[in-house]
Design a protein around this ligand. Structure first.
Ligand SMILES: *Cc1c(COP(=O)(O)O)cnc(C)c1O
Length: 476
C-alpha cells in the first residue's frame, strides 16, 4: 500500500510545473536548490482576504507578515497593490520601505531593539507594542528626540474565556487584559508622544474558539480605552489563518492511522529509524501526541477569517463580525503563511538514487534548511520532474549536509516511478516559512538563489528575485 500525501496544487502552480524545460535550465544555470516565487499569486491572495472584509463591511488592512519569506519580489509586488506589511525586525522595515511601502501601510511587531524602534518612530509607522517596557522605551525615545507622535497598538495575550477558570495559554508576547489599565496609565504619561489607536493579538494556534475569545477580549479592551477618554479605532487580529497543504483528506487520515500502527510495531516502519513525530509506543499503547501541522485542513486562509467573523462572541453572543461593524472599528489582520499559499516552490536536484533494505534512498542537492517542511511539522510529497513511469516506491530523501539528521523527509515518501540522478524534485507550496526561514550556509553549502516567475506577454518570464519590480503588468 502506498501512503501518498499529495500536495494541493492550484492551476497556476500546475502550469509552472508543466514548464519542465524552463525549470531544468534554471537549475542548470543557477544551481540547486533553487527557490521559485510567484508574485502574482500573492496579489490574488490579498484580494481574497479583502473580499472577506468587504462581505462583512469592515475596514482595516491586510498586513503581509514579512517574516514568512525574505523575497523582494513578493514584497514589491504587494507594495504595488493595496496590502500593508507587518515587519518584525529592523532589516524587514528597511526592506519594506525600500520596496515601496509607505509608512502608513506598515505595522511593526515582535521583539524590537533600539534601532528598530528609532526607525519606526522616525518614519511614523504603526507600532504594535509588546510590553510596558516597550511603551516606556518608545515614549522616551520619541520625547527625547522630538520625533513626531507614534501611533501604537497594545498587544494583548492570555485572554480568559468567560466562565472558564483554567489558565490561558502563556505567551512571551503581549500583556494580559488585566494589565491593560496600567499600560494605558503608562502610555498616558507620554500623551502627545504616543497615541494608542487600538489593541491586538497574534495567537499561534489553529483553534478558532481561542481566537474568538481573543477577539471579544479586544472589543472589551476597546471599551476600557473609551471609558478613559481615548478614541481607539482598530483591532489587529494577527495572523495564523493557515493553509491546507494536501489535496485529499483521506490520504491524511490513512497516513496518520498507518503511522500509529507503525509506531506500535503492527506494520513495517514508515519513517527513518522509526521516528514517531511525537508518538511513542508505551508498552503496546500509543503515548505522546502527534507533533504535526494538520496538513489537510477544511477551513483556512480567507475562509478561516470569514468563519471567525461569523462565530458568536462567547460572552456577548452575537457574531463577532457584527460586533466589529457596530463598534465601527477597523479590523487589521497579519497573515503570513496564508498570503503565501501557492506562491512558491523549491527545486532540488537528485544526486543519487540507491536501494536500501528499508526502501529507496534519494540523495538531493539541498538540505533540511532549504526545504524545512519537516522542521515545521508539515508532511507533503514532492513532485518529480520529469514524472517517471513505474510503480510507486517508498523513498527517504537525504540532504547534502554531512550530518545524520539531515533528512528532507524522515517519512518514507512514495514517488510514482523511480527518479534518476539529474532529475528534479519540486517541493511545492513552500513560500511560507519553508523556503528560506531556516536556510544556513552550514558546510559552505550555498543558500538557494531565488527567482521570480511571472506571466507577461502570454509567456513565462523570469528574473532574479532581487531584480523584480512590478513593472511588467499592463498599466490600468
Ligand atoms: C508570525 C506572525 C504573524 C504571521 O503568522 P502566520 O501564521 O504566518 O499567519 C503575524 N503576526 C505576528 C505578530 C507574528 O509574529
Amino acid at each position: 500500500m502506498t501512503l501518498s500525501l499529495s500536495p494541493r496544487i492550484n492551476e497556476f502552480v500546475h502550469s509552472v510545473l508543466g514548464e519542465t524545460a524552463l525549470l531544468g535550465r534554471l537549475v542548470e544555470a543557477l544551481g540547486s536548490p533553487l527557490d521559485i516565487v510567484l508574485p502574482e499569486q500573492a496579489g490574488r491572495n490579498v484580494a481574497a482576504f479583502r473580499a472577506v472584509h468587504a462581505e462583512h463591511r469592515l475596514g482595516g488592512r491586510i498586513y503581509f507578515a514579512h517574516k514568512a519569506n525574505r523575497s523582494s519580489a513578493l514584497v514589491r509586488e504587494l507594495a504595488a497593490g493595496d496590502a500593508g506589511i507587518d515587519v518584525a525586525s529592523l532589516g524587514e522595515l528597511q526592506h519594506a520601505l525600500g520596496a515601496g511601502f509607505t509608512p502608513d501601510r506598515i505595522v511593526a511587531t515582535g521583539p524590537k531593539n533600539a534601532a528598530f524602534l528609532w526607525l519606526c518612530a522616525r518614519t511614523s509607522v504603526l507600532v504594535h507594542v509588546d510590553s510596558a517596557a516597550e511603551v516606556a522605551e518608545l515614549g522616551e525615545l520619541v520625547r527625547a528626540r522630538g520625533l513626531p507622535p507614534v501611533r501604537i497598538l497594545l498587544r494583548l495575550s492570555e485572554f480568559a474565556a468567560p466562565g472558564v477558570r483554567t489558565a490561558a495559554r502563556r505567551s512571551r508576547f503581549g500583556v494580559s487584559p488585566d494589565g491593560l489599565e496600567s499600560i494605558l496609565d503608562l502610555a498616558g504619561k507620554y500623551a502627545g508622544h504616543l497615541e494608542p489607536v487600538g489593541v491586538g493579538f497574534h495567537l499561534d494556534t489553529t483553534a478558532l474558539p481561542e481566537k474568538a475569545v481573543a477577539l471579544e477580549g479586544c472589543l472589551t479592551a476597546l471599551e476600557t480605552c473609551r471609558r478613559r477618554g481615548l478614541r481607539p479605532w482598530a483591532i489587529d487580529a494577527g495572523g495564523g489563518f493557515g493553509v491546507s497543504y494536501l489535496a485529499d483528506p483521506a490520504e491524511w487520515d490513512d497516513y496518520t492511522s498507518a503511522l500509529t500502527e507503525a509506531v506500535l510495531g503492527r506494520r513495517a516502519p514508515l519513517t527513518w529509524n522509526g521516528h514517531g513525530y511525537g508518538l511513542r509506543n508505551e508498552g503496546g499503547t500509543i503515548g505522546g501526541s502527534l507533533g504535526l501541522y494538520p496538513a489537510y485542513r477544511q477551513v483556512t486562509g480567507p475562509a478561516y477569517l470569514d468563519q471567525l467573523l461569523r462565530t458568536r462572541a462567547p460572552g456577548l453572543g452575537r457574531p463577532l463580525g457584527e460586533l466589529l461593524l457596530d463598534s465601527m472599528v477597523d479590523l487589521h489582520v497579519e497573515p503570513g503563511r496564508a498570503l503565501l499559499d501557492q506562491c512558491g516552490l523549491v527545486l532540488a536536484k537528485v544526486l543519487e538514487v540507491r536501494d536500501d533494505p528499508g526502501g529507496l534512498i534519494v540523495r538531493l542537492d539541498c538540505n533540511a534548511g532549504d526545504v524545512s517542511t519537516e522542521n515545521h511539522g508539515v508532511l507533503m510529497d514532492p513532485v518529480a520532474i520529469p514524472q517517471r513511469e513505474g510503480p510507486a516506491e517508498g523513498a527517504y530523501l537525504f540532504g547534502n549536509l554531512c550530518l545524520e539528521s539531515d533528512l528532507i523527509t524522515r517519512r518514507k515518501v512514495f514517488l510514482r516511478g523511480r527518479p534518476r540522478a539529474g532529475d528534479l524534485l519540486a517541493f511545492v507550496n513552500t513560500a511560507g516559512y519553508f523556503m528560506d526561514f531556516g536556510a544556513t550556509e552550514a558546510l559552505r553549502q550555498p543558500i538557494a538563489r531565488k527567482v521570480a516567475l511571472f506571466r507577461s506577454d502570454d509567456a513565462w518570464q523570469w528574473c532574479l528575485d532581487d531584480q523584480y519590480w512590478p513593472l511588467h503588468r499592463e498599466t490600468a
